[in-house]
Design a protein around this ligand. Structure first.
Ligand code: ASN
Length: 334
């Protein structure tokens, strides 16, 4: 019989009605009591790590979760982490960088409606997550609404609907229907032994550009952050006329700030070489993010800056795919 460890962290799934709205309140054992008897066939131990709305979740909590998986790794066949949906994709990405070489599934799930409510998506999601955690597959995954998404590729797209998450720029790993797992994609495992590296540098800022962004904002950011992610427009680029951000970019990279360029478009990623506005940026010491999603970019930059201060190394590690986070152009199928 497979042994699974369920790590509870809070979120809507564990929430109850409080005086000021929904608030996490159920323990891991209480969550498990809501599951039907048909979940037999698996031995599940439950452990609560924190009981918070994932809006309150911080990078330090990612470390707590990674440490818990690592500590219990040899004793279990798989792991299910129940979590709020709002920052779930950040946690799944962070875990994908901190825990590499997994040969067992680490499965995150949550729900849009608390498990104690009559009509809820929680029971199905936890059951599906438990099912997937028994598979012979390594890596970090999100299981939600019958779909399995690679941990570095999920984006929360909807605030209320059950199909809250989409897999962006990557195939769904599998779908789960009537208790059956049907694969659409499988990872190529090149590293066999599990390694944990939870060093993070959280001095990372995410800026969304809009027409009219003031260049002076970068003077403040330069003092506070070691890494800045610019969500630019379309294929990527910065204005060099009017409010000139290109000149500021040069100042930032000279000051040793790691600047990552991405796009506000969810699908297909940046392509800086296509337009003049992008090429002028590509000529600078910037870091490219290809088709990575913002959740993966933020957590990867924190993780890479936690490993090295050398800008060349930051660029090299960041631009190398980890845990399926980035499609290198030769991998793309037209
Ligand atoms: N559906 C949810 O879980 C939302 C909740 N606010 C959370 O992220 O904790």
């Amino acid at each position: 019989m497979k042994k699974i460890l369920l790590l509870a962290t809070g979120g809507t799934i564990a929430s109850v009605e409080g005086n000021e709205g929904l608030v996490p309140g159920l323990s891991a054992e209480e969550l498990l009591q809501f599951l039907p008897d048909s979940t037999v066939g698996v031995k599940i131990d439950g452990k609560i790590l924190m009981n918070i709305d994932s809006t309150n979740l911080q990078p330090e909590h990612w470390v707590t979760i990674a440490d818990a998986v690592y500590k219990h790794y040899d004793k279990y066949d798989g792991f299910v982490i129940t979590h709020g949906t709002d920052t779930l994709a950040y946690t799944s990405s962070a875990l994908s960088y901190m825990l590499q070489g997994l040969d067992k599934p680490v499965v995150l799930t949550g729900s849009q409606v608390p498990i104690s409510f009559k009509k809820t998506d929680a029971k199905k999601n936890v059951e599906d997550a438990l099912r997937f955690s028994c598979e012979n597959i390594g890596g970090v995954y999100i299981v939600f609404d019958g779909r399995v998404i690679l941990g570095t590729r999920a984006v929360k797209m909807r605030t209320k609907s059950y199909d809250a998450f989409e897999s962006i720029n990557h195939p769904y790993v599998a779908s789960i229907h009537n208790k059956e797992v049907k694969y659409h994609w499988k990872p190529i495992s090149d590293q066999q032994t599990l390694s944990i590296n939870t060093n993070l540098c959280t001095d990372v800022f995410l800026m969304k550009l809009y027409p009219g962004t003031k260049p002076e904002i970068f003077d403040c950011l330069k003092e506070l952050y070691k890494g800045i992610i610019i969500e630019s427009f379309g294929n990527g680029g910065l204005p060099f006329e009017g409010r000139n951000l290109l000149a500021k970019l040069q100042e930032m990279t000279k000051a040793g700030i790691a600047v990552v360029i991405t796009t506000q478009c969810l699908e297909e990623g940046e392509d800086l070489l296509l337009y003049e506005v992008g090429r002028k940026v590509a000529e600078q010491q910037v870091i490219l993010s290809g088709d990575m999603n913002t959740e993966a970019i933020v957590t990867k930059l924190m993780w890479v800056l936690g490993q090295t201060d050398s800008l060349e190394q930051v660029k090299e590690i960041f631009e190398t795919p980890i845990s399926g986070d980035l499609t290198i152009p030769s991998d793309k199928v037209d």
